[in-house]
Design a binder for this molecule. Structure first.
Ligand code: BTN
Length: 328
């Protein structure tokens, strides 16, 4: 967060209900008066409501509900993630937008966000619904350097990144439900989707991330209320989606580095620490067959290792398996 206006925003947020004089702000931020005025103008141009008083100074009244394109891109992209960031108001699916960018040669790490999707998709042909302007919905173009790299490994690494960023920025105990869900209070708050097109050479993958951030209960369709939640519901307060998005790209970058180093141990142990699934009894549908068993562990390359109730061990690769937790 090196940009002057973001530093100013941070300071104003810390004093949300009070005033800060121009002298206080200039002193605290080490801004010349002209720099301070420019930073204030930039924030107001971007939809922040800042009240100005000749004696009292400034105070932040309201923040825009929208993502701010310029603030989404990391200053120093890690492992190239977020090297180029685009924002669409509405698209069918950021997955399609990212594929289009990739086929036109977009570099590794190019990321496209949308405020709304009309045909958002999830795993196994499911749809992903999200009320406009309340989620993080984005897709990242990945061009793995190693042509033999494992897509499972990147999904596991990305799930770790997403759970960690929720923990760090919202201070909420996010967990990972294998293979790709982010869980809070036993309900789904985020999901990851990796799409590959094996015919493409060199290899390109698109990683999609959907995170419910500022939805209230009323924003979810009634059928999703028992199983879905948002960071806002869990935290009891709205969150700054732009800041969260920046932090998510940084975290993803860090875990993409671990993926590129093939640091299986680091990824597996982080997953184990954050797992919602480990040790639980599950029902797993694979094709037409449903298995029951207790989850023993995860191989980030091969899948979930389950001790079957009817005897024997079985590894379930994520691409075909659909998991349901049983109450123990
Ligand atoms: C799942 O849980 O099944 C994965 C959900 C992934 C949803 C995200 S939202 C952004 C990106 N665009 C999509 O259409 N899907 C992914």
């Amino acid at each position: 967060m090196n940009s002057p206006h973001l530093k100013l925003l941070d300071t104003l947020r810390q004093r949300r209900d009070g005033w800060l004089s121009a002298d206080q702000l200039s002193g605290k931020l080490r801004f010349a008066p002209v720099q301070l005025r420019a930073a204030i103008r930039l924030l107001t141009d971007r939809g922040y409501e800042i009240e100005a008083h000749p004696q009292l100074g400034y105070r932040l009244i309201a923040e825009p509900e929208r993502l701010i394109a310029k603030d989404l891109a990391p200053q120093h992209p890690i492992a190239g993630i977020g090297s180029r960031v685009l924002l669409e108001e509405v698209t069918e699916s950021t997955m399609d937008s990212a594929w289009e960018l990739a086929t036109r040669g977009a570099p590794h790490g190019t990321t496209i966000f949308a405020e709304d999707q009309t045909r958002g998709r999830g795993r196994l042909g499911r749809t992903w619904t999200a009320s406009p302007g309340r989620s993080l919905l984005f897709s990242v173009v990945l061009r793995p350097k190693d042509g033999s790299a494992s897509p499972h490994l990147i999904v596991t690494a990305a799930a770790v990144a997403l759970a960690k960023v929720v923990r760090r920025t919202a201070n909420l105990p996010a967990q990972i439900e294998w293979p790709n869900d982010i869980i809070l209070d036993g309900k789904k708050t985020g999901g990851l989707l990796l799409e590959t097109r094996p015919a493409l050479s060199p290899e390109v993958w698109i990683l999609g991330v959907g995170l419910n951030v500022n939805q209230t209960l009323a924003d979810f369709p009634p059928e999703l209320v028992p199983s879905a939640t948002s960071l806002r519901i869990a935290a009891g307060r709205p969150l700054d989606r732009t800041a969260l998005a920046g932090a998510a790209l940084d975290e993803l970058g860090g875990w993409y580095e671990a993926f590129e180093r093939k640091d299986l141990h680091l990824i597996e142990s982080a997953w184990t620490e954050l797992s919602y699934t480990l040790g639980r009894t599950v029902k797993i549908a694979e094709g037409e067959t449903t298995y029951t068993g207790r989850v023993l562990g995860l191989s980030p390359l091969e899948g979930l290792l389950v001790q079957l109730t009817k005897g024997g061990l079985k590894t379930f690769p994520p691409e075909r398996a659909s998991l349901r937790l049983e109450s123990d």
